[in-house]
Write a protein that binds this ligand. Sequence first.
Ligand code: 1CP
Length: 344
Amino acid sequence: MNKRLLQVLRSGPEDEVLWPPPIWMMRQAGRYLPEYKATRAEAGSFLDLCYSPKLATEVTLQPIRRFGFDAAILFSDILVVPDALGRKVTFEPGVGPRLDPIKVSEISELTIAGALDHLKPVFQAVNDIRAALPPEVTLLGFCGAPWTVATYMVAGRGTPDQAPTRVFAHQHRTAFLNLIGILTEISIDYLCAQIEAGADAVQVFDSWSGILGESDFNDFCLDPMKRIVAGVKQRHPDTPIIGFPKGASLHYERYVRETGIDCVGLDWTYPMKLARERLGGHAVLQGNLDPTRLVAGGDALREGVATILSEAKGSRFIFNLGHGITPETPIDHVAEMIAQVRAG
Ligand code: 1CP
């Protein structure tokens, strides 16, 4: 197999470690790239971009052409799933996503029949990206974790602590668990369809998992992820699954051990040494550069990258950021980071 990143994802604790580690970047197609902004302007709305196989393929390939990352990630968004479920979703330039907040009575009316049809352009994009990618580049599919997607469906937007959704979940627990159940079910089908269209591996983004108390984490994050991993593995046992429970701190360990994910995304607050000790025997590690170091550049970037490389060396590891790259990041800093990682 000549895909280095996929090779690491498939490796076990006893396998030889691949070094220098493969590298990709969360949100690697995005507004820090002038070519992305040009295609985005051509597309019209953000959802038009997501649902155009031609343009989604183009923006997926842009960071591969420019930097030669070891993985391409399908260009789409986690919120195409609520859109496919019939919720109103818009992306306001400079503001972020806006949804019609879902009411308790609307949850029981949600149906996943037909939703996958709505997402066909996404599967076409996966197919087209696969055909256009150099053979050594791993193709990643993705979805949002049920909890993270639900926070946007309930609050209608991103808020600093997603408190509206936490209140809703406490006040209407049965309905909220039904919503999580529906999102879990559709996530399994959605990821499987991406794999069938050509994705080599998939990542589940739980960007808001770090704001929950233990029992809520168990019910809203851990149990659904267990079901997603089991459901996808049942149909595609050889496809690696990456889980990214951002900010989950002390919950990381159980998340890794109990869900059976193949690889875990580490945010920048999780100490690499601890990750090796507690998580490395169970999953490949991925991450964990603070994205603000990439914005700052200079010594902050060099030292951040060097520390991660020295602490991760000897473990099954994929270099990445601890969260997505931000639009103000200078492109030169990305090239410098890649050169340093590739030098081992
Ligand atoms: O107008 C634009 O160009 C909007 C910027 C943008 C981009 C480039 C949005 C709006 N989404 C995306 C693409 C995207 N989103 C990808 C593409 C693949 C890649 O990584 O290159 C992926 C994987 C996502 C995933 C996503 N969307 C997450 C999970 C990861 C994370 O960053 O935490 C979340 C929470 C979203 C919701 C979303 N979509 C867009 C924004 C600005 C947000 C966050 C909103 C908020 O919380 O305020």
